[in-house]
Design a protein around this ligand. Structure first.
Ligand code: SF4
Length: 168
């Protein structure tokens, strides 16, 4: 029987949430496509505290980093409230993917229940709230998303040298 390895104290992790606006979930799939990298992120750097795909909870909790996928359908008042609540409750807001950054191709409000074909009905999140980081791409690569999570960890939890490296 091997003796258990000495447990190293786990450094305090940042909290991350995935906020789903009018997007196709492709950005979330790209985040999950980090495979082992995702496990490393969740093991060492971040706790996932909010994800509508995993739990149908509408209230946006306080978190360090909000990864916002999708554009905002302005006919969906709940979505508008949620993006404003996200800004209030997140230290760093990331526009994840081309829909969140530019509006992109989305044509349906969440769930497809309000089909609004006019492109003007969908706004990039930066038109409604201040955004700290933009990750364009449809979808962004898993590595890009992973790098942003690690960068946020260094900014929020790192020592002075790490914060400087991360651009604080
Ligand atoms: Fe889907 Fe692309 Fe929009 Fe992400 S950026 S939600 S992958 S259409």
């Amino acid at each position: 029987i091997q003796e258990p390895k000495e447990e190293k104290p786990v450094a305090e992790k940042i909290t991350v949430g995935h906020v789903h606006m009018s997007g196709c979930t492709g950005c979330l799939v790209s985040f999950a496509d980090n495979y082992e990298g995702l496990l490393t992120i969740l093991d060492k750097y971040a706790d996932l505290v909010y994800c509508l795909t995993l739990a149908d909870v509408r209230h946006i909790p306080e978190m360090d980093v909000a990864l916002v996928e999708g554009s905002v359908c302005i006919q969906d008042h709940l979505a508008v409230e949620e993006i404003i609540e996200t800004r209030k409750n997140a230290k760093i807001v990331v526009a994840l993917g081309a829909c969140a950054c530019y509006g992109n191709i989305t044509r349906f409000c969440r769930g497809g229940q309000q089909n609004q074909p006019q492109h003007e009905s969908y706004l990039p999140i930066g038109d409604l709230i201040d955004v700290d980081v933009y990750i364009p791409g449809c979808a962004p690569t898993p590595q890009q998303i992973r790098n942003v999570c690690v960068m946020a960890y260094l900014l929020l939890k790192g020592n002075d040298e790490q914060k400087a490296l991360a651009g604080a």
